[in-house]
Design a protein around this ligand. Sequence first.
Ligand code: ADP
Length: 159
Amino acid sequence: MRTAVFPGSFDPITRGHVELVKRAVPLFDRIVVAVGVNAQKQYLFDLEQRMEWLREVFADEPKVSVDSFEGLTAHYCRRIQARYLLRGLRNASDFDYEKTISQLNEIVGDGLETIFLISQPAYSHISSTIVREIIKGGGNARPFLPEGLQLPARHDTPA
Ligand code: ADP
């Protein structure tokens, strides 16, 4: 069974994340979209909300499930017997950061392999950070969010 973990904060999930997972579906038997919980980090949306969105977005993908974890990604992968990590690359700064993390994960995770997909040009400008800034500033973030995703009323803007 080829299991990949797609780890991230997903604060919130964007069209970029969705595109990446859809392209990875044919490559694996199972993809676990796993929300990493870091007690030191401040999130805009709480864990339950982020997981609920992920479950909704991937409801029609039988190979995709949603989970959360604390601690090291590599240890989580071992726990659920996943031998692959899935990550997206948008640009050179993603590459520099991801390269180091994947090399560490290969050691800490005893051969855990990171599989990178380069984002499609139409999505390479989208990041959760930018989406959060738009939401906090009262702008319309819908073009970057998965179709149909409902923002809590306090964060929504008129269509
Ligand atoms: P993190 O908290 O680790 O930054 P994110 O939720 O921001 O997690 O992202 C998780 C993964 O999704 C990362 O591998 C990131 O490169 C990838 N990703 C985010 N946005 C996009 C995008 N627009 N296109 C492709 N991959 C993306």
